[in-house]
Design a protein around this ligand. Structure first.
Ligand SMILES: C[S@@+](CC[C@H](N)C(=O)[O-])C[C@H]1O[C@@H](n2cnc3c(N)ncnc32)[C@H](O)[C@@H]1O
Length: 259
């Protein structure tokens, strides 16, 4: 399937098959990532700290909920949970398994939540899927749905640290967190914007698993053809006793809406 024109285009069945295969591969890598890192547990502790400072815990909005490994735990603290998740399979899973949640299966940029207001809005590892020049507009839409005394929490990978370095070696993508932080401070005020830093350790016993994790971190399936290069990178820099270890620095930005 080299050409994208005329008769070489995949049939509906073929594209559906490729999509399912990719989805299965993504789910496998995601499962491996959950087993090899404490990222979500650390994130949950920090999110818990933010939630404990809220005045009201009526309504929670999760943007880009993914597999729900943050959503489900966080939802326990709120009377109502709303999810915006464009991945149809994930949205379908939430509808079947958690019928009490409201689920919108579209992108955040497209969703119409009317005049709904939320006490807590979570956007964890989602901004990468939106062009950086649209980030402020995207966050402003979140702010327009934030109740008085409510808080938005945005989690992003830090531009420094071992995973960021690995990213830079294979991809041109850089996360402009400092610029975002500065712009948020200018828009919402110094008192309303806070930043927390945390470091997660990723450990794999085998090189095969470490390469899978590397491909998962790189987000794009085009890196599947560069397994040897990725393996060499980890072998030279991240080999430790009993396996491979890389640290991932992350940032939690919060914006509070003052009454
Ligand atoms: C890396 S996952 C993060 C999942 C979860 N928030 C977490 O931190 O574990 C990114 C999720 O964002 C969703 N997503 C991508 N673009 C989006 C958009 N424009 N609006 C809302 N969600 C989006 C994807 O479908 C995916 O489920």
């Amino acid at each position: 399937m080299v050409s994208t024109s005329g008769k070489d285009q995949p049939s509906d069945n073929e594209s559906c098959y490729v999509e399912m295969e990719e989805e299965a591969e993504y789910q496998r890598q995601l499962k491996l990532f959950s087993e090899c890192s404490q990222e979500k547990s650390i994130e949950l502790v920090l999110i818990g700290e933010v939630i404990s400072g809220l005045r009201s815990s009526e309504r929670f909005l999760d943007i880009g909920a993914g597999t729900g490994n943050l959503t489900v735990s966080v939802s326990q603290f709120f009377a109502e949970t709303t999810i915006v998740e464009p991945n149809e399979r994930q949205a379908g899973f939430f509808r079947r398994r958690y019928p009490q949640f409201r689920v919108d299966d579209c992108r955040w940029e497209e969703v119409d939540l009317g005049s709904d207001q939320f006490d807590f809005i979570l956007c964890s590892h989602v901004l990468y899927y939106i062009p950086t020049h649209d980030w402020l507009k995207t966050i402003d839409k979140m702010y327009s749905h934030l109740a008085a005394d409510g808080t938005i929490a945005i989690v992003l990978q830090s531009p420094v640290g071992e995973v960021a370095e690995f990213f830079r070696k294979f991809s041109k993508y850089d996360v402009p967190v400092i610029e975002l932080w500065r712009n948020l401070t200018m828009t919402y005020g110094y008192q309303s914007v806070q930043v927390r830093y945390f470091v997660n350790e990723i450990f794999a016993e085998t090189m095969e698993d470490m390469v899978d994790l590397g491909q998962f971190l790189l987000l794009d399936r085009k890196y599947r053809g560069r397994k040897d290069e990725i393996g060499k990178y980890f072998e030279e820099r991240h080999k430790v006793d009993g396996g491979y270890r890389i640290t991932q620095d992350e940032i939690l930005l919060t914006i509070k809406r003052e009454r």
